[in-house]
Design a protein around this ligand. Structure first.
Ligand code: NDP
Length: 284
């Protein structure tokens, strides 16, 4: 068997075309969606991520503001900037690029963002809304993007066994809750799981969100399973790769996401979608 590829780039292109149309409509109603991105320090990976996010806004007609600060910025100064953006009616989404310099308390900064503008979905109010199924909040972009990919291939999650590998607050845990909300039977594996393959071999859907290349191998995957690879690692030649041994696993899986070109572009797409949704929730 050779797995079908779930093309995150193609799906992103399709969704971003819809997002651009919605941005235009909202702009015509006097509420142009706006995203503020805050970058503190000069982490090279963060600079690339931020640049890509700003470019994606420009391409879709979303107003964007990039606020760059020196690594010496104090926590008090950062909180003051967030307070100003919370009060700015042109801004519907606020994203603070992580990681922050060590002297700044990340959780405190995330909680300072108004839940109404929490387009990253990291605020405890967003996490609570996802956990309870109550309205409000925003879903974290990466797992939401994974769910969109499953929807795009018309995959029915109800009654299926989904195994999420990784339990971070930004990927693993919210992914598990989203799959549960779709009535999948969900198993969450992590670094203390003694026999990972025991669980993955039984999975109809595997979401790998660990950060270890080659973790998921062909023998760990049930024939026909859907394999979503969130991992972002470098191989020996510095090339981007995921957590899944793509060549081996694609011989047994039914569907698989590539790295690059899979979950990565979907993450930014869902950030744009959350910004649109936030603008839609405001009154003109
Ligand atoms: P974290 O480091 O926060 O979490 C990694 C998780 O993997 C932890 O829960 C850890 O368990 C678990 N883990 C570690 N080793 C093993 C193992 N051997 N077997 C099973 N589980 C294990 O990472 P993130 O969730 O932030 O990110 C995960 C990966 O996804 C990274 O490669 C990251 O770069 C990538 N990523 C990609 C994005 C994209 O847009 N494509 C966006 C966000 C992340 P424990 O909790 O016990 O320590």
């Amino acid at each position: 068997m050779t797995a079908h590829i779930i093309d995150g780039l193609a799906l992103s292109r399709k969704l971003r075309t819809q997002i651009a149309t919605e941005a235009q409509q909202l702009t015509a109603q006097g509420r142009r969606p706006g995203l503020a991105v805050i970058l503190v320090g000069d982490n090279p990976a963060s600079q690339v991520y931020v640049r890509n996010k700003i470019k994606a806004c420009e391409d879709t007609g979303i107003h964007s503001v990039l606020e760059k600060f020196d690594a010496s910025l104090s926590e008090t100064e950062l909180l003051a900037r967030i307070a100003a953006l919370n009060a700015d009616p042109r801004i519907h989404g606020i994203l603070v690029q992580l990681p922050l310099p060590g002297h700044i308390d990340e959780q405190k900064v995330i909680e300072a963002i108004s839940p109404a503008k929490d387009v990253d979905g990291f605020h405890v109010a967003s996490a609570g809304a996802l956990l309870t199924g109550l309205p409000g909040g925003f879903w974290p972009c990466t797992p939401h993007g994974c769910l969109q990919m499953l929807d795009d291939i018309g995959y029915e999650l109800r009654g299926k066994h989904a195994v999420v590998v990784g339990r971070s607050n930004i990927v693993g845990k919210p992914m598990a809750l989203m799959l549960l909300a779709r009535s999948a039977t969900v198993t969450i594996c992590h670094s203390a799981t003694p026999d990972l393959a025991h669980f993955t071999r039984d999975a109809d859907v595997i979401v790998a969100a660990v950060g270890k290349r080659g973790l998921i191998t062909r023998d760990m995957v049930k024939p026909g399973a859907v394999v979503i690879d969130v991992g972002m690692n470098r191989d020996d030649h510095g090339k981007l790769c995921g957590d899944v041994d793509f060549a081996g696993v694609s011989e047994v899986a039914g569907w698989i996401t590539p790295v690059p070109g899979g979950v990565g572009p979907m993450t930014i797409t869902m950030l744009l979608a959350n910004t649109i949704e936030s603008a839609r929730r405001t009154t003109a």
